[in-house]
Design a protein around this ligand. Structure first.
Ligand code: SF4
Ligand code: SF4
Length: 169
């Protein structure tokens, strides 16, 4: 009984010690979205479809991103460019480009597979929607430049040498 009482007191003191340790430290709470959230440059967030400087779309409708996507959340339908309707520098362009963000796991395989650098995972992470249909990002939405004010990108990067990676045995 006495042993249990001492044990309980010790555990309470231990818990209070942790509280005291953080009492005078700067709070880590971030007042999102009023204060910017700092992310690393390699952070993979919301996708954006890029354009060339002359305004033409970088996407050529090749569907390599859709083929590489492990969750099959990308839908691409290609069409032929014509002199009257030229959307990309190549022979074809994406007439339909959609991503179902509810299925995306932000692996970045689509970005790696893209031969033209058209699809890029940028840094926005606030992707909640009231209606699940709004989570299907259409081409128009993806082509809009998108850099919300609540994101701040760090200008440094932390690389961990591979030989220091911890191996769980
Ligand atoms: S990040 Fe991964 S899961 Fe998401 S669309 Fe790209 S390939 Fe698919
Ligand atoms: S985003 Fe890239 S990989 Fe996907 S269809 Fe367009 S050009 Fe091809």
């Amino acid at each position: 009984m006495i042993k249990q009482a001492f044990g309980g007191t010790y555990q309470i003191m231990r818990g209070m010690g942790v509280t005291l340790k953080y009492l005078f430290k700067k709070p880590v709470t971030n007042q999102f979205p009023d204060e910017p959230v700092v992310v690393y440059p390699r952070f993979r967030g919301r996708h954006v479809l890029k354009r060339h400087e002359n305004g033409l779309e970088k996407c050529i409708g090749c569907s390599l991103c859709a083929a590489a996507c492990p969750t099959q959340c990308i839908r691409v339908e290609a069409a032929e460019n014509t002199d009257e309707n030229r959307r990309s520098p190549g022979e074809r362009y994406a007439a339909v480009y959609e991503i179902n963000m509810l299925r995306c796991i932000f692996c970045g395989y689509c970005e790696e597979a893209c031969p033209t650098g058209a699809i890029v995972l940028e840094h926005d992470f606030a992707l909640a929607e009231y209606d699940r249909w709004d989570a299907i990002y259409t081409q128009d939405k993806l082509l809009e430049p998108h850099q919300p004010k609540y994101i701040q990108i760090r200008d440094d990067e932390v690389f961990v040498p591979q030989d220091t990676w911890r191996v769980n045995k």
